[in-house]
Design a protein around this ligand. Sequence first.
Ligand code: NAD
Length: 510
Amino acid sequence: MAIDTHFLTKLGIKKFNNGTMTGLKSFKSENYQPSVSPVDGHLIASVSTTSPREYKKVIKAAETAFQTWRMVPAPKRGEIVRQYGDALRANKEALGRLVSYEMGKSLQEGYGEVQEMIDICDFAVGLSRQLYGLTMHSERSHHRMYEQYHPLGIVGVISAFNFPVAVWSWNAMIALVCGDVVVWKPSEKTPLCGVACMNIFQDVLQKNELPEGIVSLVNGDYRVGELITHDPKVALVSATGSTRMGRIVGSVVAGRFGKSLLELGGNNAIIVTPEADLKVVVTGAVFGAVGTAGQRCTTTRRLIIHESIYDKVTKALVKAYKQIVIGNPLDAKNHMGPLIDIQAVDQYKKAIEAIKAQGGKMLVPGGELSGRKYASGCYVKPCIAEVENHFEIVQSETFAPILYVMSYKTLNEAIKMQNDVPQGLSSAIMTNNMREAEQFLSAAGSDCGIANVNIGTSGAEIGGAFGGEKETGGGRESGSDAWKVYMRRQTSTLNWGKDLPLAQGIKFNI
Ligand code: NAD
């Protein structure tokens, strides 16, 4: 499987296998980490990691840059983000390929991720003129009262491997128009995506003669993440990843009274009622379960199907799974690429063992794929298992293409099953019955951050606030009013009269 890697040079990743730059171009690094592609198992490059000493320099530069950036008018900050969006358009092909090659998702999904970055840039540009506060009537005469929003300072972004570029931009573009500066630690599994995004942003800053510390990159594993979470100079930590990581990050940041925004694991279900359109169900479920090889936080993990149509739906799914072509994700003929690494394959195999041990039955068997085409050792078969919702394995998130199916009798029971997991990210109901749809969306319906009707669980538009409840962490990022998390709110009252009326009618004889 020979892959043309010219796109790396276009993204400024030049020093092949010999170290690449971290965010601040002036840095020489002390340590390197390998970036290995799950597509063909090749070492793409060695990437410099950030030492504690270098981290301090990055933070110093970010602090200095914040002094300038916070005083740049918000619409002018938006103009920088607009230019970044244009630079992404120019680099979409190369960056999309890198996402696909380093992470293993299909090329279409790689391009899609870059498009999401472009979309959030557009959103942030508009937002830069709409960072509204409220005004309210003061109870005192000749007084004006209002609230305004100011930037927080340094925002630390810790991101997961599965959306190696989009998640950082959801955070960074909004934070930047809000006047914050951003320090990003990408996943240690996809560091080159971070380097590429940073190279493109640094070019924009340089052209505009702005300090490079406005956005910076720190590379490395959880230990570099810990430098951010323990650092009182980082006002907000936005962390995307597993619930295990979020539990640690949330408590460390809370312990120093910092702010955190947590986007953690999901366990997403689709309820299929007898009034569903079967074609929509199969398309939504297969795309949701198999897309990105089951490695999306919003991947469809559970299908809760009414008993009267259970056999029909599962048969249609088994048939659809037979058509799935697995292979090199850079080749558009393949529907599903590899898992991120061998450890992920191991987790997948252990989960299948656990399903069987806990009483589940495989409707479509799984397994690792072998042969030249799959030489990286990261390719697996998507599978379907018949289970019960309370099984321990079903209650936890396995980041792999394993779809659980189960049946229900009443909609109340189905909603209870849908909610009866520790996570609360995405959910859906497939029905053409208005009452069923409204019950699912009501306060007594889905308890998730995302609830869809006749759309699968996976993916989300950037215009809405994205995030989930319970062990998903409660954070909201991207669209709607999620920007408020990146700013501090200040209530101000201004007296333009000649007297100073005191509270509770207190008077001094002055
Ligand atoms: P992970 O938790 O292993 O790592 C995520 C990031 O956290 C990495 O950058 C890692 O280095 C860092 N990290 C880990 N431990 C840390 C610590 N103690 N302190 C500071 N940083 C630490 O997750 P992953 O395997 O990269 O990604 C998969 C997980 O991410 C899944 O659970 C998935 O559901 C979740 N995810 C959630 C969302 C969402 O928006 N809810 C989006 C994408 C992925």
